[in-house]
Each structure stands twice: as structure tokens, then as C-alpha cells.
Design a protein around this ligand. Structure first.
Ligand SMILES: [Zn+2]
Ligand SMILES: [Zn+2]
Length: 110
């Protein structure tokens, strides 16, 4: 991973404003130092939150509805045992389908 670290690099006065920089290059400008630094810290928290997808090979759906629709298509198309059974919201903020059951099954009458 070569993602830049999100850390307050420096802050200084520039004319009437305060300027703060993140290591990634993000900059905040405010009239007073506390809110300038606060804005910068807010950025570091937001940016550092891990939103990378642990399953990038899976197709991501923007909404639960889209994922449900994809699930429906799978159920019609795939062989039993190889098909996804539910959807979940990933940390990448997209919806995926999965074969893993949400909870153990109590035997299926077949
Ligand atoms: Zn940053
Ligand atoms: Zn994901």
C-alpha cells in the first residue's frame, strides 16, 4: 500500500487566515487556528477510515435494492450450493452478495 498517511503536517498563519496541511496534500484554511486544525483532523479521521474492499473480486452494488436484484438473478442462474444467499453492506460502502449464511441452518427439508 502506498496510500499517504493522513497526519497533520503543519499549520501556520497566512495573512488573515490559518492554513493546515495534511501529509496527503489536503489543506484547510480558516480564520482561526482551532477550527482550521479541527477541520484538518476531521479530514484525517475520515480519510484514515479503511474503506478498501476486502473482496475486490466481488461485484459491488450501490444500493441494497441492486444487490437484491443481483441475488435474484443468481438464484435463477446458478446451481444449488454455488449461489449467493444473502447480501451485506461491505466496509467499501457497497453491497455484495455472499454464499455464507447469516446464521447456521437447522437442516433443510429437501
Ligand atoms: Zn490527508
Ligand atoms: Zn466490498
Amino acid at each position: 500500500m502506498t496510500a499517504p498517511e493522513h497526519v497533520l503536517r503543519d499549520d501556520y498563519r497566512r495573512g488573515a487566515d490559518w492554513v493546515a496541511h495534511c501529509r496527503c496534500g489536503f489543506t484547510t484554511v480558516r480564520r482561526d487556528r482551532p477550527s482550521c486544525v479541527a477541520m484538518l483532523y476531521k479530514h484525517t479521521i475520515d480519510a484514515a477510515r479503511d474503506t478498501s474492499c476486502p473482496t475486490p473480486h466481488k461485484k459491488g452494488h450501490g444500493t441494497a435494492e441492486e444487490a437484491e436484484a443481483a441475488l435474484g438473478r443468481f438464484l435463477r442462474r446458478q446451481r444449488p450450493g454455488a449461489r449467493p444467499t444473502r447480501i451485506y453492506l461491505c466496509q467499501c460502502r457497497k453491497w455484495h452478495t455472499t454464499k455464507s449464511p447469516a446464521r447456521p441452518d437447522h437442516g433443510v427439508a429437501a
